[in-house]
Design a protein around this ligand. Structure first.
Ligand SMILES: Nc1nc2c(ncn2[C@@H]2O[C@H](COP(=O)(O)OP(=O)(O)OP(=O)(O)O)[C@@H](O)[C@H]2O)c(=O)[nH]1
Ligand SMILES: [Mg+2]
Length: 369
């Protein structure tokens, strides 16, 4: 079931970022590349990037009012049908923005949520997204509705009263829906926990591929396990559900179950993170982590940090970890890069050119024995 109307594809986007005055515009532009990629993944193009320097976002409208008028004008001129804000917009700010700008306005959360929805294949992933959406919509819907109810009511308290009753009914309905999905997910979680227990009982060692979205995790799983059905794509968040593959390593008495899971991203909305915790359990429960890094990424350092931060939040930073520098085939000076990150002891790797597989297997064996 689609949460959103498919009638309005996000095909011409204006993206907006509010940054602190001390951040350089060129750096901010580089950061916006990721948002551009997210829009592309959703099937749209970016027609304009706007950066506003402010101490902090406006509490009423997120963007300053002058900038908002400028965007409204540009949106018409460029025939843009969506404005995407690279941040988390509060319900009242959303309300004010949508009154001033004559097209759809999304924040980073809603864009990522839509991509997740587009890519979700299993019932579990669909339920997780629905849960994130309902939790997100809960305060938002009421802010919008409350605003409309008051506008309609004007000075007449009768309409406002009716609006409030309707709100209470809706609130109750949403709360029930959230509870229902939480229950369904709990059942799914129990089944997964039992499966993990059975695997351990049958003597499998467990390892998980973790890393930033698009770093090549699914490609590695596909190539190392010959799992031809692993979904690989040059998209962000191509994988939303855990896939497992079995590998046998010479002189290692246990077969290793390797899990491919959802990619990480900077500023992962906490609600999405919470909703996907059952998927991430594969990571938290595994004995070994394989951190897959796109070695050709110009923002490599920041992405490594983001992954480390998320692993810390998942309380996984104490686990043994192997660092894989994937896509080394795209790096001009691999030696210099490996030297720069020598403290991580990375394995130079190319899933596409089949380089580094034996090193990785030996490293897994070492960590598991
Ligand atoms: N040049 C090069 N491209 C690669 C390599 N490994 C993966 N890719 C490409 O990188 C893109 C992303 O690969 P995926 O395996 O889907 O990445 P992922 O980490 O699973 O991504 P998410 O599921 O979105 O988190 C695809 O276009 C792959 O073909 C590599 O070693 N070299
Ligand atoms: Mg993947």
């Amino acid at each position: 079931m689609l949460l959103y109307s498919p009638l309005q594809p996000l095909n011409r986007a204006i993206i907006v970022d509010v940054i602190p005055p001390e951040v350089r515009k060129e750096d901010a532009m580089l950061h916006l590349k990721e948002l551009e990629r997210l829009i592309e993944t959703y099937g749209g193009i970016t027609v304009l990037k706007i950066i506003q320097k402010r101490g902090h976002p406006s509490p009423r409208t997120y963007i300053g009012t002058g900038k908002m008028a400028e965007i409204s004008q540009l949106q018409k001129e460029l025939k843009a049908n969506v404005v995407v804000i690279n941040g988390f917009v509060k319900p009242n700010q959303f309300h004010n923005l949508t009154l001033a700008i004559d097209c759809e306005v999304l924040d980073r959360f809603e864009l990522i949520l839509r991509i997740f929805e587009k890519h979700a294949k299993t019932e579990k992933a669909k339920q997780q997204i629905r849960l994130a959406y309902l939790r997100y919509e809960f305060p938002r819907l009421f802010s919008k509705q409350a605003g409309h109810a008051q506008q309609r009511g004007g000075s007449g308290t009768v309409t406002r009263g009716k609006g409030e009753t309707l709100l209470q009914v809706k609130r109750e309905h949403l709360r029930n829906q959230i509870k229902e999905i939480e229950k369904k997910l709990e059942t799914i979680q129990k089944v997964s926990a039992n499966q993990r227990y059975q695997r351990k009982r049958h003597g499998f060692a467990t390892a998980s591929l973790v890393g930033y979205t698009n770093s090549g995790k699914s490609t590695i799983l596909r190539e190392i396990t010959n799992k031809k059905n692993a979904y690989v794509a040059d998209k962000l968040f191509a994988t939303l559900e855990t896939k497992l593959g079995k590998i046998y390593i010479e002189n290692l008495h246990q077969p290793v179950l390797l899990a491919d899971t959802i990619g990480f991203i900077k500023n992962l909305p906490p609600l999405l993170f919470e909703s996907f915790i059952t998927t991430l359990e594969e990571v938290t429960e595994s004995e070994l982590l394989i951190h897959v890094i796109d070695a050709s990424d110009p923002e490599i350092e920041e992405k490594i940090e983001t992954v480390a931060h998320i692993l810390h939040e998942l309380k996984c930073d104490g686990k043994p970890i192997i660092t894989v520098f994937n896509k080394i085939d795209l790096v001009k000076n691999p030696k210099a890069l490996l030297k720069r990150f020598a403290h991580l002891n990375p394995i130079p790797f190319s899933a596409i050119e089949h380089n580094g597989f034996e090193n990785l297997k030996q490293s897994i064996k070492k960590k598991l024995t």
